[in-house]
Design a protein. Structure first.
Length: 202
């Protein structure tokens, strides 16, 4: 199921987010947790990946297996961090070949220890650019975006909320214009279905 069919006016969508496991034991734990959480009839399972794009292949392993074995819709996270445009296109090609129907398109956080996001050489700087790339390369892909309630530049608290942050609002609205199907409301923080179950599986 495409993500735009899950969320929308008058709809409630429950989702759980996982981080790819690093060990065989963690992998077994993750899928055990996924089976347990499936009893709550979630609309979606999503899977992120490690800093700088590490464990990215594992992300596709997780979402494709959940979709296949549990028959629940999934979405793979994809960020601009540490990737060229060509590498992002390669990820999308692989995702489609594995039956992935949805992408959560994110700019991503700077690598650990880096205070400011820097556009990768040959890469993208903002999620709206990533949304445009996905829409260009995979027009049938479901796309969601996310955003901090504060601006990406981490301004002072007085400037933090989207209504006071022209640059933050700009990239959220251009993300929508670029073709994302689901985005958070600009009035406050996003609530996600993650937590102990996601962390237990690491």
């Amino acid at each position: 199921m495409k993500i735009q069919e899950i969320y929308g006016p008058g709809k409630f969508g429950l989702s759980f987010e996982f981080f790819p496991p690093k060990t065989a034991e963690g992998e077994a734990s993750l899928f055990k947790e996924a089976e347990r959480l499936a009893a709550y009839k979630p609309s979606l399972f999503t899977c992120t990946y490690g800093a700088g794009g590490s464990t990215r292949d594992k992300t596709l392993d997780v979402v494709s297996r959940i979709r296949r074995d549990l028959k629940i819709s999934t979405a793979a996270h994809l960020t601009c961090v540490g990737s060229t445009r060509s590498q992002l296109e390669g990820f999308l090609d692989e995702a489609v070949s594995r039956g992935v129907e949805n992408i959560v398109a994110l700019r991503g956080d700077p690598p650990r220890g880096g205070g400011v996001f820097v556009r990768p050489q040959g890469g993208l700087a903002h999620a709206d650019e990533l949304v445009s790339l996905i829409r260009e390369r995979k027009p049938d892909m479901g796309i969601a975006v996310a955003g901090y309630p504060e601006d990406e530049g981490r301004e002072s608290p007085a400037e933090a909320w989207p209504g006071n942050s022209p640059s933050g609002l700009h990239h959220r609205t251009t993300g929508a214009a670029a073709g994302c199907r689901v985005r958070p409301a600009p009035s406050g923080p996003r609530i996600r279905g993650e937590g102990r179950s996601a962390r237990k599986a690491e």
